[in-house]
Design a protein around this ligand. Sequence first.
Ligand SMILES: [Zn+2]
Length: 328
Amino acid sequence: METKTAAELGKLADLHMHISSSVTPEILWDLAHEQGMKLPNRDYFDFAKSVVIDGNVGYDDYLKMYDILEEIQSTPDSMFRLAEQVPTKLYQQDQIDLVEIRMNPMLRSRKGKIDLDHIIVYTLQGLERASLKFPKLKTGLILSMDRRFSAAVNKKIVEKAIQYKNRGVIGVDLAGPIDPKFSVDDLSGLAKRIHAEGLGLTIHTGEATDADEMWEVVTKLHPDRIGHGIACVHDAHLMEYLSEHQIVLETCPSSNFQTKSVKDMNEMRQNYRTLLDNHVPFTINTDGPILQNTTLPKEYQMLLDNEILTFDEAKKINTRAHAVTFIK
Ligand SMILES: [Zn+2]
């Protein structure tokens, strides 16, 4: 049994956190009421339950929970407050001194009625204000594209990332539910632009999708990092490719249980040992600590307690997370 705890790992870095799922029910409740929003739950405690995952809900239900969260977060003022409050809590309570926060500005535009620049600028200013309070806290914003969007809409998001790249936007992500119309090829031109502009590129793949899609992503888009990517454990050649090209997986352990991408602790242990045996670089992240009902220290502790990682391995992984950040 490991005797050292996650608390002894020192300051941690979280590279995969959606702001949608990182806000406490108390704050969401206040923001919704300030906007006069009609919520599906009139009772606070029912509402609070509805924004935290209880048990393993599966991938589709999991993504549905994002809709109401994004609706509440669809004003510039809300984003300003959240972007300051989320990193503040992470720094004060969760040992985190580096956090990359991701969000999709288009899903906060209330179908075009809210200006994207306002959403982005207010978010960046909130993050900057958090860093003003805690000079050792590093923050950066990743703009997420979505699998359900047309190439033209995703292009708009990339253009916004480029426009704000010297003001706190550090990279571009692709997220969203599986969509039969989605094609990796549609993003190859955008990926080239993202690389040329010096922005980081990370793609959600190998979570609900399989190793075949991961192959397409790594060979056509050349991402710096991959969101989840756990499906690679079934493909030795792919693991070799990831190791050779140093494409870093942003793994999110509890999230994999909740979306049923990983069924139990034994499978999780096997996955992580396989990644380590094959020298696939990976990091440990939360995905969204409030919705996932976790914290980054808890994620590390779970992996230590279940003898999935040794303390030294956990330490190296956290050092890597600080090294492969898109924050310059
Ligand atoms: Zn994610």
